[in-house]
Design a protein around this ligand. Structure first.
Ligand SMILES: CCCCCCCC/C=C\CCCCCCCCCC(=O)SCCNC(=O)CCNC(=O)[C@H](O)C(C)(C)COP(=O)(O)OP(=O)(O)OC[C@H]1O[C@@H](n2cnc3c(N)ncnc32)[C@H](O)[C@@H]1OP(=O)(O)O
Ligand SMILES: Cc1cc2nc3c(=O)[nH]c(=O)nc-3n(C[C@H](O)[C@H](O)[C@H](O)COP(=O)(O)OP(=O)(O)OC[C@H]3O[C@@H](n4cnc5c(N)ncnc54)[C@H](O)[C@@H]3O)c2cc1C
Length: 673
């Protein structure tokens, strides 16, 4: 074959990958059904996949992302939004169907915030009357909106927001203003160029008194020509590390008058004469963020499962160096160190999958009560969603980067798909509550629950272990074999969390007793508080994974492989954080030795099913958009083929040659003569 023909992609699956599939101990489809939530859900996903990918534009979007300019990509991203909205309307998709489609076609699209936050905010923060007005037209796409909360000066500290909404009883209007440079809205997605409406979060002032952050519906752009309305300055904030599909924007409001009815009044009301009444605590206005924290946890699953699919498939077809000098070069997946790079990400994907399935169920139940006005479950929900968002995104980002490195040089190419995943995953640790801040919210709840438990209250929910009557702790691992027991592993995590939490509580209390003001005592211990929150979250994820596996209604083969994976997830977490486990004496040095041995034995145990475990995620090649991780494993042909799509290769000689290089070469050659 001449080198010019190398680009042709073989019709058959790479034999190295086929070999992996042939040795799987379980039926991949059975596991795919479990992941999707049942065979009928898999069928639904496949049906939607077929519909979406029958459209040439949806097949083309990934290439524009990889090879286009920022402006081309934004244009394609607007088209993607429009197509998704049209399809949603035409097929009357439910939220579930729409979520499936989003997970297929790469989350980013120009108007993503319309369904991600604008509509959820209306659903959660508007009165029934307001919903009849705003939600109806938002769902019909007559208005296209976003969620404008963060300002240049404040993202985390919502009480510090400076945008004002001052009530004028004379006209029964609110006047919205951006009083300082730090008050300008900065970051909201879909704000720069796409949306014509926004829910603007502003400090409410009525009768000369400030009442904290409240939501207001504000029209930003004309529905006729999309020009910003008078008094509104809006634009794109500039180039970012990734997430190029979204036009993150800035917004300056100059004496913008809106009707009194444009304040979303489910949780607090301003009457025509300017009287303020609150029917719920101010934090009820944070409801949209709580939802997004659940969705971002799910998105962490999407990212890590895609990344590890690429990493493991590629490692099964890439051969480098010899293990046995007498044999041919080994698949890089054979190297124990490569497994050590990939399998933590694989186990994490399944851990997040099962844990977020449970979180979503709890969220739905709590949200139903909250919508009825029963806010009892809100603090627990806030703790669980904040903790999940922080844990899932922190670990996902770490593992995605390790997996990228596991792909060697080719992992750095855009066509690998994985480099982009690192940059698009990066903001998830910051958005919707920066992770440290989220862990500190968890810690705050743990401290409260700990003192409730101390005063004899029976604690329910995710912190129920704080009120356990703790008998003297005995490490359940008496031999290496014991370290495989999922209940024992959960016990070790539970005690670690309990001890770390009780120690930090004691330290904070002692510091306060010694005369430090509470805020100083807190700040002196913030690092330990985050550590306590992390220990709590780790325990919960391990427990969720172990319980899901225990309750699985599946074949023995699937149960066996998932038990190994869950065991690996838990053991790996102990080894990685062994300092903490040793210091809390939840394990001893001998146990750590066993756990380290078990960790490497489990690598070998998981190895034969590694490809099948990622095949079960069942990503369509277009969804994956990776030359390295496609289903057929023909990585080199796909990489070479991808060079054709690069505009640099559209001409043999680039125009810069004529402008710069040619005169330089001529000059240099003249000088030589
Ligand atoms: C591109 C489009 C893609 C769309 C695709 C479809 C969807 C796919 C899904 C995911 C894809 C992801 C793609 C990326 C999308 C990016 C979107 C990003 C959007 C944003 O970032 S919006 C802005 C988010 N901003 C924040 O999260 C701000 C963080 N800050 C806070 O939440 C709070 O200020 C705080 C929690 C830090 C502090 O609260 P505060 O009231 O000020 O002060 P405290 O004294 O700490 O708390 C008082 C009291 O309230 C309790 N509490 C706090 N928060 C809550 C809550 N949310 N619910 C209930 N209770 C709460 C707190 O615990 C205290 O209680 P206590 O007094 O102790 O009893
Ligand atoms: C890609 C992207 C999309 C976004 N989309 C939107 C959107 O659609 N709408 C919107 O309103 N916003 C959006 N945001 C903004 C986002 O919500 C904020 O950036 C985020 O909430 C973090 O706030 P911050 O930027 O003010 O960080 P900061 O709070 O300034 O954080 C900086 C550092 O300070 C630390 N810190 C801050 N406060 C504390 C504390 N109390 N205790 C201890 N440490 C602290 C943090 O841990 C962090 O290390 C987006 C941001 C990005 C990057």
């Amino acid at each position: 074959m001449s080198y010019l023909e190398f680009g042709a992609i073989p019709l058959q699956v790479n034999p190295d990958l086929q070999e992996e599939r042939d040795q799987a101990s379980f039926h991949v489809t059975e596991l795919t059904h479990i992941i999707d939530g049942g065979a009928e859900k898999t069928q639904l996903r496949k049906r939607l996949e077929k519909l979406i990918y029958s459209d040439p534009d949806f097949r083309r979007f990934p290439d524009v992302r990889t090879f286009g300019t920022k402006s081309e990509f934004y244009g394609a991203s607007v088209l993607k939004s429009i197509k998704l909205f049209q399809l949603r309307k035409e097929h009357q998709w439910t939220d579930e169907e729409s979520d499936i489609v989003h997970s297929l076609v790469d989350h980013g699209h120009a108007l993503g915030l319309h369904h991600a936050m604008f509509i959820p905010a209306l659903e959660r923060l508007a009165t029934d009357e307001q919903k009849a007005k705003w939600l109806t037209i938002a769902k019909q796409y007559k208005i296209l909106g976003t969620y404008a909360q963060t300002e240049l000066g404040h993202g985390t500290y919502l009480q510090g927001l400076e945008t004002t909404a001052t009530y004028d009883p004379g006209t029964q209007e609110f006047i919205l203003n951006t009083p300082t440079i730090s008050a300008m809205k900065w970051w909201p997605g879909s704000l720069g160029k796409s949306s014509n409406y926004a829910i603007v979060l502003a400090t409410l002032i009525t009768r000369g008194k400030r009442h904290g952050m409240h939501p207001f519906v504000v029209q930003l752009r004309s529905l006729e020509d999309h020009q910003p309305l008078p008094g509104i300055k809006v634009g794109e904030i500039g180039a970012k590390m990734g997430t190029l599909s979204t036009d993150n924007g800035y917004l300056i409001l100059n004496n913008i008058r809106i009707l009194r009815e444009n304040m979303l009044m489910k949780n607090a009301q301003v009457s025509p004469d300017g009287t303020f009444t609150a029917s719920a605590p101010n934090q009820a206005n944070y409801a949209t963020m709580v939802l997004l924290r659940v969705r971002i946890s799910e998105f962490a699953y999407t990212n890590i499962s895609k990344a590890v699919t690429i990493g493991i498939r590629y490692s099964a077809v890439r051969r480098q160096s010899k293990l046995d000098p007498e044999e041919k070069e080994a698949k890089i997946l054979e190297y124990q160190t490569q497994q050590y790079k990939l399998f933590p990400g694989l186990a994490l994907a399944y851990a997040i999958l099962f844990s977020t399935k449970l979180l979503k169920k709890k969220y739905r139940e709590a949200q139903t009560e909250i919508m009825k006005g029963n806010l009892q479950s809100l603090p627990e929900l806030h703790c669980e969603t904040s903790g999940s968002k922080a844990f899932c995104t922190e670990h996902m980002l770490k593992e995605v980067e390790i997996i990228r490195q596991s792909c060697g040089g080719h992992g750095y190419l855009a066509a690998s798909g994985i480099g982009m995943m690192t940059s698009s995953s990066a903001p998830l640790v910051t958005v919707e509550g920066e992770n440290t801040v989220m862990y500190l919210q968890v810690a705050r709840y743990l401290l409260k629950r700990f003192s409730n438990a101390k005063s004899g209250e029976q604690i329910e929910g995710c912190t129920s272990y704080l009120s356990m009557n703790h008998a003297p702790y005995l490490c359940p691992f008496l031999s290496e074999k014991d370290c495989r027991n999922l209940s024992s592993l959960c016990d070790v995590y539970r005690y670690r969390a309990f001890i770390v939490i009780s120690r930090v509580v004691r330290t904070v209390q002692t510091d306060i007793k010694d005369g430090l003001p509470q805020h100083d005592a807190f700040n002196k211990n913030l690092v330990h508080l985050v550590r306590a929150a992390r220990a709590h979250c780790y325990f919960n994820v391990v427990k969720d994974f172990a319980e899901a596996v225990k309750e699985l209604d599946a074949s023995i083969q699937i149960c066996t492989v998932l038990i190994s994976l869950c065991c690996f997830f838990a053991v790996h977490g102990i080894v990685e954080n062994s300092g903490d486990f040793l210091q809390t004496q939840t394990i001893g040095v001998e146990q750590l030795k066993w756990l380290k041995n078990l960790q490497t034995s489990l690598l070998a145990e998981i190895r034969p099913n590694a490809v099948a475990l990622v095949d079960a995620f069942d990503y369509h090649d277009i969804t994956l958009t990776s030359a390295l991780g496609s289903y057929d494993g023909n990585a080199y042909e796909r990489l070479y083929q991808s060079t054709e799509k690069d505009s640099m290769n559209s001409q043999e000689v680039h125009s810069s040659y004529h402008t710069y290089l040619k005169p330089f070469i001529q000059e240099m050659n003249k000088a030589k003569l």
